[in-house]
Unconditional design. Structure first.
Length: 132
């Protein structure tokens, strides 16, 4: 009965342009990187340029961020690498469904792990999960 009486929760993405959200997102990436079996080569996931790209690619959503990190490791394993680079991250993003859409109305970010600069601003996603 208690679950039925709860209101609707709105879970939004981490807004990169909000300094508190950015700090929290980077802290989470730092902790997640510490738990990864295969680490990045020559950079940290919490470094501002890398964290910014991950945030953009994942729409700021924690679940999508986790998918990306697991895919980075999976692609590195497939290539039998002991660490991963931006090229591995670019390939991983291209292979994930969150980087594709059959609906032309849905704006999908271009691959942020390439050499093209990211837009100056973007909005994080939000999802309505109803009663939790």
């Amino acid at each position: 009965l208690q679950r039925r009486c709860r209101g609707v929760y709105r879970l939004g993405g981490f807004d990169w342009h909000d300094s508190r959200d950015q700090l929290m997102y980077r802290s989470i990436l730092k902790q997640l990187e510490a738990m990864m079996a295969i680490k990045p080569d020559g950079f940290k996931l919490s470094d501002v340029p890398i964290a910014r790209r991950i945030n953009y690619a994942s729409y700021g959503l924690f679940g999508h961020t986790g998918l990306l990190l697991r895919k980075f490791e999976a692609v590195a394993r497939e290539k039998e690498l002991s660490s991963f680079t931006l090229d591995v991250m670019k390939q991983a993003y291209a292979e994930l469904a969150i980087g594709k859409s059959a609906d032309p109305e849905i704006a999908i970010p271009r691959n942020p792990f390439g050499s093209a600069p990211l837009p100056e601003t973007w909005k994080p996603a939000s999802h309505d999960f109803g009663d939790l």
